[in-house]
Design a protein around this ligand. Sequence first.
Ligand code: CP
Length: 307
Amino acid sequence: MNPKKDLIGIERLTADEIYQYLDLADNFIEVLARPIPIVPALRGKTVLTLFFEASTRTQISFSIAAKRLSADVVSFSQATSSVKKGETLLDTARNIEAMKVDGVVIRHSAPGAALFLGQRLDAFVINAGDGTHEHPTQGLLDMMTMRQHFRDLKKLKVLIIGDVTHSRVARSNIFGLRTVGARVAICAPPTLIPLEIENLGVEVYNNLDEIIGDFDVVMALRIQLERQGTGLFPSVREYRACYGLTKERVMRMKAKSIIMHPGPTNRGVEIDPDVADSKKSVILEQVKNGVALRMAVLFIHAGGKIE
Ligand code: CP
């Protein structure tokens, strides 16, 4: 694979490029199962995690992934940086790059922030979530998890439930799954469905109970509770009643279907606690796969070598 310098989104990846990330991530699962789960592939490289927004899963798994590849990791915290004194994103990144950083993993609230940096830095840039635009490594780790359960992604039927308009995770999954030929549907109140989403090749539904039994993968999105009272949905209680993954709804799902959620979950809103912790739920498998998938992404973009 001769990768582009940066990974900004899944939208412009080919099916071959997607499978190269997934195949390499599957190989790293084997590395992570070893008693000493470390390879020297990125020895001498330095990776910066530049997070301007909160994160648990993505920031930690990128740091673990880099360490498993023997890279040095530097973590940036907005709260204690000179951003607090008014330094711009570009100046911040350029100053850090001057200290010989090879790669930057950035999360930012502004769509386009990762692209902006990638066009201006020599270091490779990985988008760890830019506003409502994309979260490519989440999309790839979700596809990796789906492939572990259903070998052929082309035959998959995937249902994404919830706030698609504001979800970078939904966008990355839709781009990736459609590129490899999976069937993708979304289900949400009309106020949470972006205009002309059908142009991305997805089916659109509003009544979850009528369709939930038709899918192999059911993915609930986090309801952004800060949107309550903004008129996008009447109340958390009503959202759960119509779109929450409850035990009763899960009983209508296919026997071999799985439940996914990118996290963090709002238990009792988009997913009930007993469903999140049930056998159908692969939420912690997604998190586990995140390390191997991010190892693959760092390896490919840092020009890693197998020794
Ligand atoms: N899924 C995800 O991006 O989680 P974090 O916000 O905790 O990184």
